[in-house]
Design a protein around this ligand. Structure first.
Ligand SMILES: *Cc1c(COP(=O)(O)O)cnc(C)c1O
Length: 358
């Protein structure tokens, strides 16, 4: 290790939550990692301390102008006891690009992954062992300089917290379940020149309204269309969207409005390895609808760290709806899920070189 993190252990370890009733992002482990940035010292004073509130000046820039980025990844406990991360270097690279976009100084090379490993190593007792569970890791960086003025801050905090999480699906055995998705034609998530490719908090505040509309129509998530023509499919909620039409697997290109998901990249790599036809290209919602009506829409699924693969059984429009794969989990969705989950948990030999041991 290149970095030394001072460790102050908690005097009051918390009881671990019941692995059978774990929800997403409600329970947090005993410790958190913190580092500070100022112009004079750069990133410094890395420390792991008991989990707890962070004191903030009411004028802290993040509270007013949302100068904040975050990441999300998981640690799994393999059957042989190893603790595995999945492609954490990709989260590190994405965090750097997110920082650049909103003028936060990047972490030093290598620091992100070492910090993640340091906190996970200390919290390894918090990684639940039950099938489908994992330790969700949430690194984030925010401006805590107390100045009310719209300009990049000169003081930041880098923090990592950890949350034991259960299976994403509330089904027997946590098996995949088909979701309903609302096609959002009014609000947009991202636009050219904006921050769609960056994992910045502000994007998610702006998405809540559409999420509420989707929920009111009995849907789990919204499908985002492009901001200019309200025509091309972009993402599903906070995950990347894939459509299978006439055997071609299509996902939106990384043109600035799409968040470059680690899962998305892994899905594309696996599909290529399997010899599937996969295209990163624009696809209009009208083409999706026409394909469904012509019986050519094979599957739709979303890909992201939280659920890994989330099959879509129904697309709901302002006027009408379409059913996909008979409302069931598609074959490709199932195969991708099993392969990715198997790699992530160490159940499958890692022939892709994607796992990193803590
Ligand atoms: C985080 C996120 C994703 C998925 O990225 P992963 O690295 O696969 O978890 C996709 N879209 C949005 C908008 C996201 O915030």
């Amino acid at each position: 290790m290149k970095y030394e993190f001072r460790i102050e252990k908690t005097a009051n370890p918390k009881p671990k939550p019941d692995p059978d009733t774990l929800k997403f992002g409600r329970a947090f482990s005993d410790h958190m990692l913190i580092m500070d940035y100022d112009d004079e010292n750069g990133w410094h004073d890395g420390r792991i301390v008991p989990y707890g509130p962070i004191a903030l000046d009411p004028a802290a820039a993040v509270l007013h102008y949302a100068q904040e980025i975050f990441e999300g990844l998981k640690a799994y406990r393999a059957r042989d006891g190893r603790v595995l991360l999945f492609r954490p270097d990709m989260n590190a690279a994405r965090a750097a690009r997110s920082c650049d976009r909103i003028c936060i100084p990047r972490l030093d090379d290598g620091l992100f992954v070492e910090a993640v490993k340091a906190i996970v190593s200390l919290e390894r007792g918090w990684i639940p062992e039950k099938e489908g569970t994992s330790l969700y890791i949430r690194p984030f960086i925010f401006a805590d300089e107390p100045v009310i003025g719209v300009h990049p801050a000169h003081h930041y905090k880098f923090v990592i917290i950890c949350s034991p999480v259960g299976p994403y699906y509330d089904t027997p055995g946590g098996s995949l379940a088909a979701t309903s998705i609302f096609v959002e034609e009014e609000y947009v998530r991202a636009f050219p020149g904006g921050t769609g490719f960056a994992k910045v908090g502000g994007n998610y505040a702006a998405s809540l309204k559409a999420q509420g509309k989707a929920a009111a129509r009995g849907c789990e998530q919204a499908l985002w269309l492009d901001a200019i023509e309200r025509k091309y499919v972009e993402e599903i909620g906070t995950s990347n969207a894939f459509f299978v039409i006439d055997g071609e697997v299509i996902t939106a290109p990384l043109s600035g409005t799409i968040l470059p998901g680690v899962t998305r990249d892994s899905v594309i790599a696996l599909l290529k390895k399997w010899g599937a036809r996969v295209s990163e290209r624009r696809l209009s919602i009208d083409d999706v609808r026409a394909a469904a009506e012509g019986g050519r829409l094979g599957e739709v699924f979303a890909a992201g760290t939280a659920a890994v693969i989330s099959p879509v059984g129904r697309l709901v429009f302002e006027n009408g709806e379409i059913t996909i794969s008979g409302g069931k989990v598609g074959e490709l969705s199932q195969r991708l899920y099993e392969t990715l989950y198997g790699l992530q948990t160490g159940d499958r030999p890692d022939d892709m070189g994607w796992t990193a041991e803590v």
